[in-house]
Design a protein around this ligand. Structure first.
Ligand SMILES: C[S@@+](CC[C@H](N)C(=O)[O-])C[C@H]1O[C@@H](n2cnc3c(N)ncnc32)[C@H](O)[C@@H]1O
Length: 271
């Protein structure tokens, strides 16, 4: 008997991809091959000032701690810090770099930590940009807020999609990339869908032979919207680095041209 004809419905079924899972696999390979960089690197100037200003007397949670760059430095300065990361290889390297620090292997989207526990919740150097979907970003902001003590602070350092770069070239390249994606979708009559806007895959350069990386480039508006969707709008400021470090939390407008920006959430004291 000849096989039954394939129905149109079967032919037109979209190719199912679990995008978040695919990005998690990519991240796992990428960050496992970059541990040598994060173990050896020290604090950046802004982090030293962050420590001086907010970290010294605080119980700190380092979210997406990687191979222990910040946990090691803070432990050496006599601080109290816990590291959490989803990557087994990174956590293993962090344990070697700073053995006395407590580490937890978990996703920032679902932290196995009590409510109202850490005075400072830091998600530094673009760990937030490793998340692949709005659901994950919303869950993470909710979790960072939940584990922060009343009177405490959540800091998320995020890549800026509007970053200008030298002579505005980065900005121009990003806009061309966006246009190319639109044209690609148009040209294929929607049958070929590019990865979501502002998601990029890049060649890693922090360690020889490292696997390619992923980043979702955020905008000021997007960070504000995420905070609002979590019901945290009144407590949220997207600040420049200078504003964060001089204590004024200067809100940045949509056309902030610097490389990074900071989502700052201040949790009110309980009455
Ligand atoms: C760019 S590295 C930054 C490491 C560290 N914050 C630093 O400044 O040295 C990003 C880290 O985020 C971690 N990460 C990515 N997705 C995560 C998730 N869902 N939960 C926890 N950590 C995650 C990666 O495994 C990686 O170690």
């Amino acid at each position: 008997m000849p096989p039954p004809p394939r129905s149109d419905a079967t032919e037109q079924r979209p190719f199912d991809i679990d995008y978040s899972r695919m990005i998690r696999t990519l991240n796992e390979a990428h960050y496992a091959t970059e541990t040598s960089f994060y173990t050896a690197a020290g604090l950046r100037g802004c982090e030293e000032r962050l420590w001086e200003r907010h970290g010294r007397d605080a119980r700190i949670l380092d979210v997406g701690c990687g191979a222990g760059r910040v946990t090691r430095a803070v432990a050496e300065l006599g601080g109290r810090i816990t590291g959490v990361d989803i990557n087994t290889a990174a956590i293993d390297a962090a344990r070697q770099a700073a053995p006395r620090v407590e580490y937890v292997e978990a996703s920032m989207t679902c932290l196995p930590m009590p409510d109202d526990f850490f005075d400072q919740v830091w998600c530094l150097r673009f760990s937030f940009n490793a998340l692949a979907s709005d659901d994950e970003r919303l869950a993470t902001i909710g979790e960072l807020w939940r584990v922060c003590t009343p009177g405490g602070m959540v800091l998320v350092e995020a890549f800026n999609w509007h970053h200008q770069g030298c002579l505005g070239l980065v900005r121009a390249a990003n806009l061309l990339d966006l246009l190319a994606r639109r044209l690609h979708t148009y040209g294929s009559r929607g049958r070929s869908v590019p990865i979501p806007d502002r998601d990029i895959l890049y060649l890693a350069n922090k360690a020889a032979g490292a696997a390619p990386g992923f980043a979702h480039l955020t905008t000021v508006r997007e960070l504000r919207m995420l905070a609002e969707r979590c019901g945290l709008g009144p407590h949220a400021v997207v600040s420049s680095e200078a504003g964060l470090l001089d204590g004024h939390l200067t809100p940045v407008r949509t056309r902030h041209g610097a490389y990074s920006m900071w989502l700052v959430l201040r949790k009110p004291e309980e009455h």
